[in-house]
Write a protein that binds this ligand. Structure first.
Ligand SMILES: Cc1cc2nc3c(=O)[nH]c(=O)nc-3n(C[C@H](O)[C@H](O)[C@H](O)COP(=O)(O)OP(=O)(O)OC[C@H]3O[C@@H](n4cnc5c(N)ncnc54)[C@H](O)[C@@H]3O)c2cc1C
Length: 504
């Protein structure tokens, strides 16, 4: 059978694409299938934080926090266009925790891992401080610490690009149907989601990294004696017009002990989340419930001077995370660490990934390859920590320097578009702008700064196929597009790119 590979990966989220990139860079042949668009699952529905997870210290998860804190710095070095430092303001409330306990937590947070890019934490007095202006006057003091904000979906695309650059085959809109351990290889049945045609691949190793779908996918893998339990946890976010000026976030402690973040979003908005509840419904149709909207508005109204209502919500999104099973009644208390389960029969391993965070995708991929070491003794060693993601190779390792140089070189580009291009595509903006010398070279203008050239780039190089892929995962222009403009874009893609050779 043709198209044999060393590793076949099911799932094109952050973890699947990171494993694909790492494995391909070690010289293994890799195929990955994703039933929908890359990052269409949990990996575009996160709080978009690359963070150590301050609250996990209360659960004594020092190992997880240390590893995540270390990753913040590593990822900033790999993709400074997609990940940026963000200050978090934690209003202090005496009845929740003593001041020394918060200080102790922040001391650990500052010192558990080395910091090159991020400042240390500090105490705050809100009187005469802009970070207190929007808050209820009852809140007098607080703390400040740093984590990072990331474009989660674009981080997935960057990992997929790295995998592809290293020779991996990335099959989007390709449904995994079943896999059978045959004599010398896994036989994997796939379906093209568009044409409905079935086809096959063979591989020595199968990796199930399908996030919350992990059990459903496992049910179609045979023979396997592997059993595991998971819990599904739904979380939703809302986006409202920005609640305050300034590029810093808030961490709010709800009455039920859960945390909500308020994060500056795309310059004009505040992103608020998350809710946290056990999930039992259909994974393919997850959306925010009214009760979640109310819960998030209530959290804001407790802490902020100016109240919000459901009418202020401009956009919302929901995702489901896959957690290791636990006896905890509250999903918020279940560990966010990952588990790698390996089952070997007939020298044809099956590796199943459970859990994990956006933050730890690179180390999860390294740990996966370590587990597979005995089966591929000739593969290369760890290599990703110092390897920029595609677009992240900035001169002097400095994104601001690159941004300034880029704006000077393309001074005819409207500032807003130039900033967006640089942040989205990093140094790969050169591919997008090849042969472009003025605004008219960008081709047709669809709406809100989206030109034909960018669409061409997204379709040819980044696996985009629909308006949704473009507007919500490759860019966040969906915040600006009306229903008519989305329809226009959909029609434009169909007519202009129908016969385009798509990257795959
Ligand atoms: C509300 C919320 C907030 C979060 N916030 C953060 C945060 O701020 N920071 C952080 O570090 N982590 C955060 N996380 C966790 C993080 O988002 C997830 O751990 C991570 O995205 C999981 O990635 P994944 O690749 O394992 O799964 P997914 O992204 O879900 O990818 C799995 C993929 O498998 C595909 N698939 C499923 N079945 C099939 C099939 N039969 N054939 C082919 N493909 C298939 C799906 O379409 C999907 O794209 C958050 C999670 C949630 C839910």
């Amino acid at each position: 059978m043709e198209n044999d590979s060393d590793i076949f990966i099911i799932g094109g989220g952050i973890n699947g694409t990171a494993i694909a990139a790492d494995a391909a860079g070690r010289g293994l042949s890799v195929s990955l299938c994703e039933k929908n668009d890359l990052a269409s699952g949990t990996s575009s529905a996160s709080s978009k934080l690359i963070h150590g997870g301050l609250r996990y210290l209360e659960f004594y998860e020092f190992g997880l926090v240390r590893s995540a804190l270390r990753e913040r710095e590593i990822l900033l070095g790999r993709a400074a266009h997609l990940i940026s430092p963000l200050e978090f303001v934690l209003p202090y409330e005496k009845h929740l925790r003593s001041r020394w306990l918060v200080r102790l937590g922040l001391f650990f947070y500052d010192h558990l891992a080395k910091r090159n890019y991020l400042p240390a934490s500090s105490g705050l007095k809100f009187k005469n401080d802009h970070r207190g202006t929007a808050l209820s006057p009852a809140l007098k003091t607080g703390f400040s610490y740093f984590d990072c904000f990331a474009d989660d979906a674009r981080l997935v695309i960057a990992n997929a690009l790295l995998a592809k650059n290293k020779g991996a085959e990335i099959l989007t809109r390709t449904i995994f149907l079943s896999a059978k351990r045959e004599k010398t290889a896994w036989k994997i049945a796939l379906q093209d989601a568009e044409t409905k045609k079935n086809f096959y691949r063979q591989a020595k190793t199968l990796i199930n990294v399908s996030g919350p779908w992990v059990k459903a996918v496992h049910a179609n893998i045979s023979p396997s004696d592997l059993t595991f339990d998971i819990e599904l946890d739904k979380g939703s976010h809302i986006v409202v017009p920005k609640l305050y000026e300034g590029n810093f976030a808030y961490v709010l402690q709800n009455r039920d002990q859960r945390i909500a973040f308020v994060i500056p979003f795309l310059g004009k908005y505040s992103l608020i989340g998350t809710t946290d509840s056990k999930f039992f419904a259909n994974l393919d149709t997850v959306k925010i419930a009214e009760i979640e909207e109310e819960y998030l508005c209530k959290a804001i109204n407790y802490y902020f001077k100016n109240p919000i209502t459901k009418q202020n919500i401009l956009w919302s999104y929901s995702g489901v995370r896959c957690l290791q099973a636990s006896h905890e009644t509250r999903t918020a208390n279940i560990t966010r660490d990952y588990q790698l389960l390996i089952e070997n029969k007939s020298d044809l391993p099956l590796l199943t990934v459970i859990g994990g965070k956006l933050t730890t995708h690179r180390v999860l991929a390294e740990a996966t390859l370590k587990k597979l070491g005995p089966y591929f003794p000739k593969m290369g060693g760890s290599w990703t920590a110092n390897q920029p993601l595609p677009g992240g190779d900035f001169p002097k390792n400095d994104f601001s320097y690159f941004l300034t140089q880029f704006k000077q070189a393309f001074s005819w580009l409207p500032d807003e578009i130039a900033t967006r291009y640089a942040k989205n595509y990093g140094t790969r903006v050169n591919i997008l702008l090849t042969g472009v010398n003025n605004l008219s070279d960008l081709g047709d203008h669809i709406a809100h700064g989206l030109y034909q050239k960018e669409l061409e780039y997204l379709i040819h190089y980044e696996w985009a196929k629909t308006a949704e892929d473009v507007l919500w995962r490759r860019t966040k222009l969906g915040m600006l597009f009306s229903a008519e403009e989305i329809e226009k874009l959909e029609r434009y893609i169909l007519t202009t790119f129908q016969n385009a050779k798509l990257s795959s």
